[in-house]
Design a protein around this ligand. Structure first.
Ligand SMILES: NC(=O)c1ccc[n+]([C@@H]2O[C@H](COP(=O)([O-])OP(=O)(O)OC[C@H]3O[C@@H](n4cnc5c(N)ncnc54)[C@H](O)[C@@H]3O)[C@@H](O)[C@H]2O)c1
Length: 262
């Protein structure tokens, strides 16, 4: 293979298998479609198996390779049942309960932590064991800008998103010598069912749009490039990292634009 061909092959996922959990909606759906577009054989998994099936059918109808499977990341047996030696695993499911810390009930705390942190832990550890045995693999979990900055109402969600980053770093440290890469993605605000509550409130929606340097929300497909990158050989030296895809949200303070000369 010539030098340029070798570079062109960096993003080629032909012959790779990918498991995308959360593929029924939002960022997971876009990630599954994009991985298939670059040649991966994708298992679209979700608690909502009908939604996963719709994603897989859409990929297949478009000439890609995809199947679907039911997975509940809170139930390790359902993860074990679907793991068929994937080269790439993407784990997206999470929920947010937007309430002041003093109003969050123990049950709400547990629901958020159980899904976002314990569920992600289940996926990471179950799939990583096989990857380490095979000596290769890329695990991609979805954190958030909320792992870095918060606002009122984000307490438990933000804690889980920061926790996920530390688990990513630790697993990357433990399995780097065995050929497994582990990374996290930190999206900014993305229009998906998860953020419908915000979209329904024009002031809230607009405030978020204008916070980022790009002055708008992201579409789920705008997370796909980062997922393909982390999955592929283009990221062969990338592990333990938090890849921020936030339209400049974290870069800009945003509280005030000073009066400046033209
Ligand atoms: N949307 C945003 O603005 C945004 C911003 C930052 C981070 N994120 C993160 O991105 C990730 C994906 O978010 P999204 O907006 O695509 O969400 P989404 O709600 O659109 O999709 C989540 C998917 O996960 C599935 N799911 C829920 N519980 C599950 C379980 N127990 N087992 C398996 N599947 C389950 C749902 O059925 C759904 O298909 C989340 O981790 C979220 O925290 C989202």
């Amino acid at each position: 293979m010539g030098t340029l061909d070798a570079y062109r092959a960096l993003f080629d996922l032909s012959g790779r298998s990918a498991l995308v959990i959360g593929a029924g909606s939002g960022i997971g759906k876009a990630g599954a479609e994009a991985l298939a577009a670059f040649g991966a054989d994708v298992v679209c998994a979700d608690l909502d198996v009908d939604a996963a099936e719709r994603t897989a059918a859409g990929i297949a109808a478009d000439g890609g390779r995809a199947t679907s499977a039911p997975v509940d990341i809170g139930d390790p047996d359902t993860i074990r049942a679907v793991v068929a030696e994937p080269d790439v695993v993407v784990c997206t499911p999470a929920i947010n309960v937007r309430k002041p810390m003093l109003s969050i009930t123990p049950d709400e705390f547990r629901r958020v932590v159980d899904l976002n942190l314990a569920g992600t832990f289940n996926v990471m550890t179950i799939v990583a064991a096989g990857m380490a045995d095979r000596g290769r693999g890329s695990i991609i979990v979805i954190s958030s800008i909320r792992s870095q900055v918060v606002e009122p109402g984000q307490g438990v969600y933000a804690a889980t998103k920061a926790g996920v980053v530390q688990m990513v770093k630790t697993l990357a440290a433990e399995l780097g010598p065995r050929g497994v890469r582990v990374n996290a993605l930190a999206p900014g605000v993305v229009e998906t069912p998860l953020t419908e509550q915000i979209k329904a409130d024009p002031d809230w929606y607009e405030a978020y749009a204008s916070k980022s340097a790009l002055g708008r929300w992201a579409r789920p497909e705008e997370m796909a490039g980062a997922i393909v990158y982390l999955a592929s050989d283009a990221a062969s030296f990338v592990t333990g990292s938090l890849l921020v895809v936030d339209g400049g949200w974290l870069a800009v303070d945003g509280r005030f634009t000073p009066p400046l000369p033209e």
